[in-house]
Design a protein. Structure first.
Length: 360
């Protein structure tokens, strides 16, 4: 009898894959990282799609993981011309291409690509040598209908094996925020909405300091949660693991200490923000082409111009206060904000301790 999850809300984004019993550490969360986060060896490129991978951590993973389940959607290949001594003996039984990582040999096998990795900012050159299998390696379903021509290929996933979902979670401001559960490992280093380079919090968390979007990856399932707001945790949809987000740095930058003010400041960050539309329509997007998801998100999220964004600056960040004028409601000062390297005007409101929620 097959074990089934009894939780009615259970949703498996990658039903043909099992959650790995040990963390998958050999893939960076930043596609442009040069050295392995764990062993500090230099990452190498996969043969196709220019994905980064640490061969050292990958061979350790292959040694430590059991043979019974499929944890990765990956393609590896032998090169007959450079077979190592051990494999030379069994040359005739050798496979050409396989997705069984236990067959991997550091000396004569190559990783062609990981199907579970997608970055929004793939460049055309990424696809130059991309020669994907026509059928899904996990379930056999035909993915590419037409004859493939190199250089003219889109990155496509199997519609049965990769499913997207979305929902709401509570933000730090206790407001519901949108969360998107991507069935792949998003290793981009740029924000999908504003293109700003992301700040990396850890080896599986990053965020945009402009849009306050957090990207949280699960190293056991290679899935990514995109959180459209600030939260201190999210849950992997596949293995239910709670991913705690180290928000100390985020809090330093973002919070005023008052939830209503924080929510108000957050809203100045976007010109367009259609969370409900995303929730309602994401299931109708053809996610077999992952770039469609990012295009759709961008059409529903437009960042404000830089000067329209309001940001909290705490009193301790303001230096050299110099009184300029005093009126009935407050006092105006000239001051310096060293972090912004700017001279600013500061208005101190009289009886500002009694400010109501609806600020007048
Ligand atoms: Zn490594
Ligand atoms: Zn070998
Ligand atoms: Zn499939
Ligand atoms: Zn952004
Ligand atoms: Zn997981």
């Amino acid at each position: 009898m097959e074990l089934t999850n009894t939780n009615e809300n259970y949703f498996n984004p990658t039903s043909k894959l099992k959650s790995s019993p040990i963390p998958i550490n050999f893939l960076p969360f930043n596609k442009n990282a040069r050295y392995c986060f764990y062993c500090k060896n230099r990452y190498t490129w996969t043969q196709s799609l220019y994905q980064k991978c640490c061969e050292n951590c990958f061979s350790q993973y292959v040694n430590n993981v059991d043979n019974n389940n499929t944890y990765l959607d990956v393609l590896i290949e032998t090169r007959q011309s450079i077979l190592c001594q051990e494999h030379e003996k069994s040359k005739n039984e050798m496979f050409i291409t396989t997705c069984n990582i236990k067959e991997w040999c550091r000396n004569c096998l190559f990783i062609i690509y990981f199907k579970q990795i997608f970055a929004d900012h793939y460049y055309f050159s990424n696809f130059r040598d991309y020669n994907p299998m026509k059928n899904c390696t996990l379930c056999g379903k035909l993915i590419y209908q037409t004859i493939l021509t190199k250089g003219d290929i889109v990155f496509k996933l199997c519609s049965d094996c990769y499913l997207i979902s979305s929902g709401w979670i509570n933000s730090l401001n206790e407001k519901p925020i949108l969360i998107l559960y991507l069935p792949w490992w998003d290793n981009s280093d740029q924000c999908l909405v504003c293109n700003k380079y992301l700040d990396f919090i850890s080896d599986c968390q990053k965020w945009c300091t402009r849009c306050y979007i957090i990207y949280s990856g699960c190293r056991y399932c290679l899935t990514t949660n995109i959180i459209f707001g600030l939260s201190d945790q999210s849950q992997c949809r596949k293995c239910n693991r709670i991913l705690v987000i180290s928000i100390a740095d985020i809090m330093n930058i973002t919070t005023s200490g008052n939830k209503d003010i924080d929510a108000l400041l957050y809203d100045t960050r976007f010109k367009i923000k259609n969370d409900h539309k995303i929730i309602n329509e994401i299931s109708s997007i053809d996610i077999t082409i992952p770039s469609n998801v990012y295009t759709f998100l961008r059409s529903n999220y437009t960042p404000s111009d830089y000067y329209s964004i309001m940001q909290w600056i705490s009193y301790s960040q303001i230096k050299n206060l110099e009184k300029l004028a005093e009126g009935g409601f407050g006092i105006i000062y000239k001051a310096i904000c060293p972090e912004k390297n700017k001279t600013i005007a500061v208005k101190r409101l009289k009886s500002s301790q009694k400010i109501s929620r609806v600020f007048k």
